[in-house]
Design a protein around this ligand. Sequence first.
Ligand SMILES: Nc1ncnc2c1ncn2[C@@H]1O[C@H](COP(=O)(O)OP(=O)(O)OP(=O)(O)O)[C@@H](O)[C@H]1O
Length: 352
Amino acid sequence: MITTTGLRKVYHSRGRETAALDGVDLHVREGEVYGVVGRSGAGKSTLIRCVNMLERPTSGTVEVAGTDLTALAGRSRRANAALRAARSQIGMVFQHFNLLSARTVQDNVELPLEILGVSGQERSRKALELLDLVGLTDKAKAYPAQLSGGQKQRVGIARALAGDPKVLLSDEATSALDPETTRSILQLLRDLNQQLGLTVLLITHEMDVVKAVCDSAALMKGGRVVESGTVTELLATPGSELAQELFPVGGEPSEEGRTVVDLTFHGEAATQPVISQLSRTYNIDISILGAAMETIGGRQIGRMRIELPGRFEENVVPIGFLREKGLQVDVAPVGAAAGRKADSTLVKEAAK
Ligand SMILES: Nc1ncnc2c1ncn2[C@@H]1O[C@H](COP(=O)(O)OP(=O)(O)OP(=O)(O)O)[C@@H](O)[C@H]1O
């Protein structure tokens, strides 16, 4: 539904060049909620502004709902009209809501319809329908100053949906909200995604947002996407930084000469008593160093760090047993093994 290919955006200011985007390839499938995370300055806002052509990319392409927006971006009147039409497929939600204070809630939602030349009666019907969808029917005649932050963001979302977009872009939509309001806005985005089949691309610096609503995620660093995939794929990727941040599990080995293993349980395997089976089958004592169970994207996923007696070579068979049971097994390198996998997150964990 959204594909960027080799997207670059270079800013020139005071004689300096900054590559805010340095070759971004992103693919957001139809009907998914996709989160882009990264530190401040990673290029997230620039990416979202290039996706809806608020910023013209320096090079590369942006395709939304089958239309190559970069090909439409010309100076002629016809190119502008085509770009406007394509952009009506894209709704945008902002961190600070960007509501007009002199207009009522209903008039704020009607604004994009006014710009599209929709008649007064139809505008009013549509705005009230959208306010109902976001749970704000009773606030239609209120002004933004009379609303809470969460209510303002609901108005922002209703306004973003006015043109019946296929895609919703959200730039830190919950960053200015308290945790409870954040949860309710994320739930609303999820509901809209499911009820309307809306594809949502959101940028955030909060991992909890990804955990709560995203099907897929990408990590940006220095204008590049360094990791991406469905949340399940990421959790199944050994050494994935996103997986570790989404789902941290730690714990130190009790002494030298033991094998530390990180287990990830997905689906069926999450509900099986695998650890007690392992202990009984091989008659070994297992120490649990750390564990967490979470529901991510509606699926139950568990992670656990365990310690087995003896070195890795002595535990090949029990580790094979765990893999056979459908668990993802990452052996945390310690001692001599650490040198062989010096760049993995697990090494950093184990070496602490
Ligand atoms: N208009 C601009 N002119 C010059 N440099 C810019 C401009 N906009 C962004 N940049 C630079 O591009 C880089 C990426 O900025 P961007 O705002 O996209 O990052 P971000 O990940 O969204 O960060 P934040 O979460 O702080 O908004 C930064 O180094 C920033 O200073």
